[in-house]
Each structure stands twice: as structure tokens, then as C-alpha cells.
Design a protein around this ligand. Structure first.
Ligand SMILES: Nc1ncnc2c1ncn2[C@@H]1O[C@H](COP(=O)(O)OP(=O)(O)OP(=O)(O)O)[C@@H](O)[C@H]1O
Length: 481
């Protein structure tokens, strides 16, 4: 299961509250009028159980004046078939009652893409040349030594739009997450290489996070007969301290571990009802994120951020057959800093924390790429501890490495490419999370019983027909003799 922010506290300090119904769907089929209750399958202290059901209480919350019955129902006719670009097989389904069981799916690898940014004024001014270039859409090659080349799932030149990057590097993960498979998309690269531009973007050029949010809601609209519950959380890891970006009082939060993996204790989770609603939480969170300038980037991220979207869904009415759920982590890492970054004081301290955690991430990826039997030092940094479940293979992982072609960063870019190359060798096993509760199990058995009955009837009819045939033959023979 993907890590990070599950099993946290919801957007209200009280878990029990009444809300008014405000589904975004035109065809919500909610009938539950009881007090709403938090019953996430990811809730720490309770046995795993679905929180989405037409017969169960539903959790709802309100924030920013938006009161919610938090289920979103699709309205169009289309199929929910998996067609993501990750992996060759449809993930296996987990069947469980009241507890989480993990089943292995097919082995797959981390999807690794590289995105070049254009050279900036600073690089031009100092007379930089191109040191790395994209050779076609899969290879990055060194200008000075063309034999030094790396191949990836996809390489984007500096003219590629974030939308194009999204379609290849993120959309399949998001689509799978909507179907119950955990996913993680993260941007990795040195300072000022374009991570925040890729993950967040801006008003004119939205990044992967806003594009994903938009897509999630349009996928819901295109999924007939299912109800969705979406929750978000947003945290940063700053100087090895976890802060809740949606709740300024949530500082220095602790990582806990249970059978389902690691989670952040007490993280706030907000129910979201529309793309704008979700984006408003990100905007609010960004206000609290640690940003500072270094001599490469005026708005350098001084922390790693993890935006998590928790998705639960179930078919409504007679089609109900349990709840599928997943966690989607969208991560904007702080950039590693070389000695060239010339930081002092606080910036230097931040830089050393950033470098240390990225080094651990590199070590973890390196160990994972070596095979399964080696010790993997997840515990050496908060980042790797939180990413443990994702990196150890429970869900799709897409790594977007951002680089500059500039010669002044040749070595740093080379390090990024080596990291990306190692990541390509990490195997993952993505499987679908599904809770089959008693109700859906009874339905399943009822269906099986009724089809058995039909078979029996057919058999009986066949036998009777057989008997009649025999009788007929006997009669015929009697008549003939
Ligand atoms: N693909 C791109 N196309 C155009 N401009 C880009 C691209 N990538 C990055 N930039 C610009 O480069 C600058 C630095 O990018 P960004 O802040 O995303 O870097 P970063 O990797 O997040 O840095 P840090 O690790 O310091 O936070 C920004 O002004 C951004 O708009």
C-alpha cells in the first residue's frame, strides 16, 4: 500500500458530524440519512472496512464553507476497464473481509521519464553549452562523449508541454488509482531543474497535480454506476520534520507503522468535491510550505511535499460488490544542492537535510534495484520511510527526472540520470485493493447458488429428456416386434 498520509484525522476535529448532502453528481444515489461517520478502510485504529456503501454510514466533512456529503457519483456510460500504460497485466484483485490482505500482481518496473527544461538566462549569460541532449524520445546522450547514453521509458525535450508529460508519466497511474491500485508520481532533480514547474506549474501552465485532479473528476464523470469518496492530505518534510500543510497546528508529526505500512499519525484529511475544491486546499497548503531563494532558484523548495489523494469507490444499488480504494501520492521533492549552490546559515542547514534524504533515497533505490534479499535502509530518512510501501512495490511508481542541458550542471545532470537509470531496475507488484464485505460476499454466493441451480435444472431437463428418449425407443421396439 502506498505510504504517507493515511489513517490521519479528518477535516473536522470531531469525527462525528451531520452534513447536508452536496454530491457533485447529477445522479447521486445516496440514501443514507444517518449521522455521518469516519470509517475509512485506512483508519488506523479500526479494522479495515469500507467507508463507502449505500447501506453504511458515510463520512462527510466541511471545509471552507463547503458542507459535504462526500460521495461523488458518475453519470456517463462508459467502461471501468483498466487500460493504463503501466504493466502488462490487469492487477490482481484482493478479496478480504474486514482485514487487509496483500496479493501479488505481475512484476513491473518503475516508469522513468526524463524532462529537459530550456536553458535559462543565467546559463546563457555564463556561456554554458549544451552538455546533455535528448536523442529521440527514449535516449539521453552526452554531447562531449556520445557513447555515454541512457535509455528511459520516455525522454521529453525542452519544448514538451506539461500536458504531454502528464499523459505519459502520470495519467496511467491516476487511471489505475481510480481502479484501486496505489500510485506514486514524483519529480526528482537538482535545484532549479524544473520539479515544481512539472508537479505544480502555474496558472498558465498547470502542473501534474492540478492536471491529475482535473482528470480524476472527469474520470468520475465518465464512470457509470459508481460512487466515489475523495480525500486529500498535504504534508511537507522540512529538515526531517513532518508538517501538515493543511493544518498549521500539525507540526512535527510522527510516522507510525501497522500491517498496512507506514502512515503519518494525526494528518488532516479533507474531503473534496470538485477540482476547484481540491485545488483550494493545495493553494492553502502552499502558503505554509517552506520556500526560499538560493543562487540558482528564487523560489527554491526547501522541503519535500507529498500531496495524497485517497480514492474509494463502490458500485451502487444492486451492483454493489464491495469497496475498492487506493492512495495516490504526488510528490515534489526538494532539489539536491551541490557546493556550487553557495548557501550559508539556514539555507545551508536546509540543503544538508535535503541532500541527506535524497542520498538515502538514492541508496534505497540502489538497494532495491540490486534485488530483494539485501537490507534496504528505509528508516534512514523520513522521505524513504513514507515512501517505503510505494518503493517496496505496492502500487505503480512513476519517476519524472527533471534536468537542464547546461554544461555548468553536467555532473549534476549525470547524477540524476544515473539515479533514474537505477530506478528503472526496481521491480514493483501492483495489485488492486478491494474490500469484499459480508453483504457483497452474500450477494456473490447467492449469484453462484442461482447459477448452480440453473445448471442443475438443465441437467435434470437433459436427464428427463434422456429418459423420455429411452422410453420412446422401448415403445418403438415393442411396436415393431
Ligand atoms: N520545462 C520548463 N519550461 C519552462 N520553464 C521551466 C521548465 N522547467 C523549469 N522552468 C523554470 O525554471 C525555474 C526553476 O524551476 P523550478 O522551480 O520548477 O525548479 P525546481 O527543480 O523545483 O527547483 P528547487 O529544487 O530549487 O525547488 C522556474 O522559473 C521554472 O518556471
Amino acid at each position: 500500500m502506498a505510504a504517507s498520509s493515511s489513517r490521519g484525522k479528518h477535516n473536522s476535529h470531531s469525527h462525528y458530524r451531520k452534513t447536508s448532502s452536496s454530491s457533485i453528481s447529477s445522479s447521486s444515489s445516496l440514501t443514507n440519512s444517518q449521522p455521518l461517520r469516519s470509517s475509512s478502510p485506512l483508519t488506523n485504529s479500526q479494522p479495515l472496512r469500507p467507508s463507502l456503501s449505500t447501506t453504511m454510514s458515510l463520512y462527510g466533512g466541511s471545509s471552507n464553507g463547503i458542507s459535504s456529503r462526500s460521495v461523488i457519483t458518475s453519470r456517463n456510460e462508459s467502461d471501468l476497464g483498466y487500460s493504463g500504460g503501466f504493466g502488462n497485466n490487469i492487477p490482481l484483485e484482493e478479496e478480504l473481509i474486514g482485514d487487509n490482505v496483500e496479493t501479488s500482481g505481475s512484476a513491473d518496473s518503475i516508469s522513468v521519464t526524463v524532462r529537459f527544461r530550456p536553458m535559462n538566462d543565467r546559463e546563457y549569460d555564463r556561456g554554458d553549452d549544451i552538455s546533455w541532449y535528448w536523442d529521440g524520445d527514449k535516449i539521453v546522450r552526452n554531447e562531449y562523449n556520445p557513447a555515454t547514453a541512457y535509455a528511459f521509458d520516455r525522454v521529453f525535450g525542452d519544448d514538451a508541454s506539461t500536458q504531454e508529460v502528464y499523459e505519459v508519466a502520470a495519467r496511467p497511474v491516476i487511471k489505475a488509482a481510480m481502479e484501486g491500485v496505489n500510485g506514486t508520481v514524483f519529480a526528482y532533480g537538482v535545484t532549479s531543474s524544473g520539479k515544481t514547474h512539472t508537479m505544480h506549474g502555474d496558472q498558465n501552465c498547470p502542473g501534474i497535480i492540478p492536471l491529475a485532479i482535473k482528470d480524476v473528476f472527469s474520470m468520475i464523470q465518465d464512470t457509470p454506476g459508481r460512487e466515489f469518496l475523495l480525500r486529500v492530505s498535504y504534508l511537507e518534510i522540512y529538515n526531517e520534520v513532518i508538517n501538515d500543510l493543511l493544518d498549521p497546528t500539525g507540526q512535527n508529526l510522527r510516522i507510525r507503522e501497522d500491517a498496512q505500512g507506514t502512515y503519518v499519525e494525526g494528518i488532516k484529511e479533507e474531503v473534496v468535491l470538485s477540482p476547484g475544491h481540491a485545488l483550494s486546499f493545495i493553494a492553502a497548503g502552499e502558503e505554509h510550505r517552506h520556500v526560499g531563494s538560493n543562487n540558482f532558484n528564487l523560489f527554491s523548495s526547501r522541503s519535500h511535499t507529498i500531496f495524497t489523494l485517497m480514492v474509494e469507490s463502490s458500485a451502487h444499488g444492486d451492483e454493489y460488490d464491495g469497496v475498492i480504494f487506493s492512495q495516490l501520492n504526488l510528490i515534489d521533492l526538494a532539489g539536491s544542492e551541490s557546493s556550487k549552490t553557495e548557501t550559508i546559515g539556514l539555507r545551508r542547514k536546509e540543503g544538508s537535510y535535503i541532500n541527506k534524504s535524497l542520498l538515502t533515497l538514492g541508496t534505497v533505490i540502489g538497494k532495491l534495484s540490486e534485488g530483494k534479499s539485501v537490507h534496504v535502509p528505509y528508516r534512514d530518512s523520513k522521505l524513504t520511510r513514507l515512501l517505503q510501501s510505494s518503493l517496496s512495490g505496492h502500487g505503480h511508481v512513476s519517476l519524472i527526472c527533471t534536468v537542464t542541458p547546461a554544461s555548468s550542471s553536467m555532473e549534476e545532470t549525470h547524477n540524476t540520470l544515473k539515479f533514474a537509470s537505477r530506478a528503472k531496475h526496481v521491480e514493483i507488484f501492483a495489485s488492486r485493493n478491494k474490500i469484499i464485505d459480508e453483504k457483497s460476499l452474500i450477494k456473490k454466493y447467492q449469484k453462484e447458488i442461482s447459477s448452480l441451480k440453473q445448471e442443475l435444472d438443465q441437467l435434470k431437463r437433459g436427464m428427463l429428456a434422456g429418459v423420455n428418449q429411452e422410453e420412446l425407443m422401448t415403445l418403438k421396439q415393442k411396436v415393431l416386434f
